[in-house]
Design a protein around this ligand. Structure first.
Ligand code: BJ8
Length: 424
């Protein structure tokens, strides 16, 4: 209860929040802290998780007191470079836990995506300090359930909705350009002063450096037959990218990567050399959603990559600022970069299929698990195209549709174990 004063200042339900933290700690201890042979560099990320609702919230409070903007998001489409350039913080909001879903279902239908219900439930419960501390929450129009939920969320918190295009033609590019400009104006309004060219460029450089560090981890985690870090740990590092200070985070990921290089040189692998290698493709896994990775790796398969927004989709592309001389040029560079995102909300979205095939080759995977959250129609429907393409290439694929409850975990375990066995 060391942060009780802070939580009360944020109008949180302190008792329920403690219940949540107790539950999380037990899961974390079992899945992460009890594992052997983890890189030492994971200690930083364990520490950050221990303080994710503590010290990190104090840091955000400090930023807030300086009059800099705090922006909470649910989608990698929100251009965080603008907020970072303004000296503020842009972070993901809690939305990966079953804990808040029963509360959400008092307002929302049961048959919508758990990610949305979880996030909305946290606001109803007042148990997510990131939500409570946000000056503004940025929602988007990527899917039906999200865009209608923002109308309800807007009654509980200040919400701004970005219109994300669903195609990639010139008309949609114009729309997205206006949305980015509108976002920048909102951030400037929150701060009370315009964002300069130097500030925006700096914001872009900071986020580019973070993405570079994540790409380095991505390539090292399965450089050859040596797998120096579990998929579960790598997923955790990717999840923390959405909460931590971006400069400190990049430095710590690079330190971890130095250690992984050393492990690879020494042949230290967390899996036997012949362990099947898996790619997980699909919807994002917000913390504490570690269900599939833990089941797959307990079956002795190595998860070597995530084709997801908490994964490659977030860090694949940098913002290219070469030749940018004005704020307008930088915004155009942001536009180009963000239009490369291959979310299933786009139609057509053929580049996603190609990206998955490329990843399978690059990572020499033995099989793919196509993971989709229940009632996510875009990723669910798109699974047909992805699975057909994989089958045509002779790459085995297993499709798992699930939510955040643990009710189906044994059923998933049975299916994953049989799949892994078939890959051996
Ligand atoms: S860019 S994947 S983070 S929208 S909420 S679409 S799971 S039904 S999260 Fe996403 Fe942005 Fe796309 Fe990435 Fe489906 Fe659920 Fe909707 Fe979801």
């Amino acid at each position: 209860m060391g942060y009780e004063g802070l939580y009360r200042e944020l109008d949180m339900d302190v008792e329920r929040h403690q219940e949540l933290m107790d539950l999380l700690f037990d899961v974390y201890k079992e899945l992460f802290l009890s594992r052997k042979n983890r890189p030492q560099g994971m200690a930083y990320f364990d520490g950050l998780m221990a303080e994710i609702h503590g010290k990190r919230i104090e840091e955000l409070m400090e930023i807030k007191k300086q009059g800099k903007p705090l922006v909470g998001t649910f989608c990698i489409f929100v251009p965080e470079e603008i907020v970072v350039g303004a000296g503020g913080a842009c972070y993901g909001l809690c939305g990966g836990a079953q804990f808040s879903i029963p509360d959400a279902e008092t307002h929302l239908p049961r048959n919508i995506c758990p990610l949305i219900k979880s996030a909305y439930g946290f606001k109803l419960q007042r148990t997510c300090p990131y939500t409570q501390i946000s000056d503004v929450i940025y929602g988007e129009t990527t899917c039906e359930a999200k865009k209608k939920t923002w109308e309800l969320l807007g009654k509980l918190h200040r919400v701004y909705v970005m219109h994300i295009p669903h195609k990639k033609g010139d008309v949609e590019k114009d729309l997205w350009r206006r949305e980015i400009e509108g976002f920048m104006r909102q951030v400037e309004e929150l701060r009370g002063s315009p964002i300069t060219y130097e500030e925006l460029k700096k914001g872009i450089e900071v986020v580019n450096a973070k993405r570079r560090a994540m790409r380095r981890l991505y390539s090292l985690r399965s450089a050859n037959d040596t797998v120096p870090i579990t998929g579960l740990d790598a997923l955790l590092v990717n999840q923390i990218a959405f909460y931590d200070d971006p400069e400190r985070y990049a430095a710590k990921v690079n330190e971890l990567c130095d250690e992984l290089e050393e492990r690879i040189n020494q042949g230290i692998s967390v899996f036997p050399k012949d362990a099947p290698r898996l790619l997980v493709a699909g919807t994002p896994m917000a913390p504490p959603n570690w269900k599939l990775h833990s089941v797959a790796e307990e079956a002795q398969a190595a998860v070597v990559a995530e084709e997801a927004c908490i994964g490659v989709r977030y860090f694949r592309d940098d913002v290219d600022t070469e030749g940018c001389e004005t704020v307008g040029d930088l915004l155009e560079a942001l536009l180009e970069r963000y239009m490369k995102i291959d979310c299933a909300c786009f139609t057509p979205n053929d580049e996603r299929v190609q990206h998955i095939l490329d990843m399978c080759r690059e990572k020499r995977v033995d099989g793919v698990i196509y993971y989709t959250l229940s009632f996510c129609h875009t990723y669910n429907v798109e699974s047909k195209k992805v699975m057909d393409a994989l089958k045509a290439e002779g790459i085995p694929v297993l499709r798992i549709e699930t939510d955040y409850s643990m009710e189906d975990v044994e059923q998933i375990r049975t299916r994953v174990e049989a799949f892994v066995e078939s890959l051996r």
